[in-house]
Design a protein around this ligand. Structure first.
Ligand code: GLC
Length: 586
């Protein structure tokens, strides 16, 4: 029970919160929340967050308005890569609880209408995995060919290194087998060899294992790299797409409705390949990596130039697909998808201290990145929640948590959730704070922030965000609708239509189709007030209704009807608004 959060039976959104519907399109209107189990809530006082702890916080997530949680790896692991180094795919690391605790979490989440997405790390295992141990000791045995082995380290030399901070080659020598093995990430994470058919069969079995336990989706970790071929950069190869299509076919045949979300940190024209085609679908969702840094870039440029550009470069996607959007996650804020010039600018703006950087990116959290500017934080969320795709929040950002740049690597942004002002910020009852999975942050101002205080303050960002999520919930077109950039008469304003499929065009009306929903979203990226005018075309500008109240972040945006029927808008610095355009049907 969390003070300030009603226990079940749940009151807010009660009609929608009576359990998960069988709707297979749920992901289109869903708001996701990434929760690091290790850092969320410790139920047994051992210093590690765990499944019972997360289960005890589901009422909070339901209150906030979250539709799905994504839980990064919780499997047994040496934890040398935050758990993405998996030593056993079909068990729960004892520090997080048991399989029964996992089942209880799924059941409790579903009872609240919250779906559960877990991570599937297909590309590599930990070197502690029994498959690797067997492969290195028994090359002729059943696992001998499970990894990518070679006699020298010269192969695939056109392949980039991803973890540039720690690795200088994608090959490492194994003393036991006397050969080199291939790894796209840390040297303790050997890549699986998908040219060996038994590897896919083994992966198929572990997909079934978790799907049987009722998960609603899998985030497919690091999927561009599954197959290697000489003379290529070993990314997005046809064989890799074959494997993802086979996973989709398996799920569609055996567990229809279970979604896959691609982690492919690439430009839009490459990422769309991971949706596959109508005939041969691959992923249900793909994270849109390039748009994320451009939201931050735009705020400092005071112009949505780069957002417009990347949206223009984003191809349309097959009908089964949906983008996933995010502002932060458990990794560095990756700057791989911006130009060299933009990256240099962003490092200067957002990571002035070298310690704030990691690999090709920035290891800081949302609130501190944006200098704690409430207006910028709200504007970033207004974009996140209204641009095409389903948004994913990162735990702790809703209470404006900060980072600890004195911790190694990406641990800077993986510190314990701050629930209240009691010992260990309510995360854990462990008496010796040195046993916490990671130390709490100490940064001035940030260390005190917590859920309980934010709940008690009606003006907190937590309440603002909840209000925005509620408005989004009332307007499914923000998840399902078409997207069209429109002119707002001033370059600094990003304006777009979100339009339902049968949205009351003249053609619709002539065909007797009912008018669908149309929203106009406007955002002023500039740090000064801006005026603009919108021509809302064949819709009736006199029937324009603002949806967000000031309490929900929209800062006193005023609108009026111009003489020619256009909508005149005045946006304060960083102001935004979503308008419903109600077509006056004769
Ligand atoms: C993914 C994860 C990241 C991890 C990497 C290697 O990119 O998001 O945290 O380090 O895969 O497993």
């Amino acid at each position: 029970m969390i003070p300030g959060i009603p226990a079940l039976p749940y009151s807010a959104h009660s009609s929608e919160r009576t359990g998960c519907t069988p709707d297979t399109e749920w992901f289109r209107t869903a708001v996701f929340y990434e929760v690091l189990l290790r850092a969320y809530a410790d139920s047994n006082g051992d210093g590690f967050g765990d499944f019972p702890g997360l289960s005890s916080r589901l009422d909070y997530l339901a209150w906030l308005g979250v539709d799905a949680i994504w839980i990064p790896p919780f499997y047994p692991s040496p934890l040398r890569d935050g758990g993405y180094d998996i030593a056993d795919y079909t068990a729960v690391d004892p520090r997080y609880g048991t399989l029964d605790d996992f089942d209880a979490l799924v059941e409790a989440a579903h009872a609240r209408g919250i779906r559960v997405v877990i991570d599937l790390v297909l590309n590599h295992t930990s070197d502690a995995h029994p498959w690797f141990q067997a492969s290195r000791t028994d090359p002729d045995g059943p696992y001998g060919n499970f990894y990518v082995w070679a006699d020298d380290d010269r192969g695939y030399d056109q392949t980039r290194i991803i973890f540039v901070d720690t690795e200088d080659s994608n090959w490492s020598f194994d003393e036991v087998r006397g050969q080199y093995y291939w790894h796209r990430f840390f040297s303790h994470q050997p890549d699986l060899n998908y040219d060996e058919p038994a590897v896919f069969e083994a992966v198929a079995d572990l997909i079934r294992f978790w799907a049987e336990r009722g998960v609603d989706g899998f985030r497919l970790d690091a999927i561009p790299y599954l197959i290697e071929r000489e003379g290529t950069n070993c990314e997005n190869l046809p064989g890799t797409h074959d494997i993802i299509a086979r996973i989709r076919a398996l799920l569609d045949a055996e567990y229809p409705g279970v979604i896959t979300i691609a982690e492919a940190n690439q430009m839009p024209e490459e990422v769309v390949e991971f949706f596959g085609t109508e005939e041969r679908p691959e992923c249900t969702m793909c994270f849109h990596f390039p748009i994320m840094p451009r939201i931050y870039l735009s705020l400092r440029e005071g112009s949505p130039r780069s957002i417009r550009q990347v949206l223009a470069e984003t191809p349309s996607i097959p009908a089964h697909g949906q983008w996933g959007t995010f502002l932060r996650n458990h990794d560095e804020l990756t700057l791989e998808m911006v130009s060299d010039e933009e990256r240099a600018l962003m490092y200067g703006w957002y990571a002035p201290e070298p310690r704030m950087r990691a690999n090709v990116g920035i290891r800081r959290r949302l609130a501190s990145l944006l200098g704690d500017s409430r207006a910028e934080i709200e504007l970033a969320h207004a974009l996140l929640l209204s641009l095409p795709g389903s948004p994913c929040l990162y735990y702790g950002d809703e209470v404006l948590m900060g980072e600890n740049i004195w911790l190694a690597d990406r641990d800077a942004v993986r510190t314990p959730m701050q629930w209240d002002s009691s010992a260990n910020m309510g995360f854990s009852a462990v008496s010796d704070a040195s046993r916490l999975s990671l130390p709490l942050i100490e940064a001035e101002g940030y260390a005190q922030r917590n859920v309980a205080d934010a709940l008690a303050d009606p003006a907190s960002f937590l309440h603002t965000l909840r209000g925005m999520l509620a408005v989004r919930r009332q307007h499914p077109v923000l998840g399902t609708g078409d997207f069209e950039l429109i002119d707002a008469g001033d370059e600094r304003i990003l304006a777009y239509l979100r339009r339902g499929k049968d949205s009351g065009t003249d053609a619709d009306a002539a065909a007797g189709r009912p008018a669908g929903e149309v929203l106009v979203c406007v955002a002023n990226l500039a740090d000064e007030a801006v005026a603009g005018r919108l021509s809302v075309g064949e819709w009736d500008a006199s029937a324009v209704r603002p949806l967000l109240s000031v309490g929900e972040g929209a800062r006193a945006v005023s609108s009026s009807l111009g003489e020619d029927g256009a909508l005149e808008i005045a946006l304060p610095a960083r102001g935004f608004q979503w308008f419903a355009v109600e077509r006056a049907l004769a």
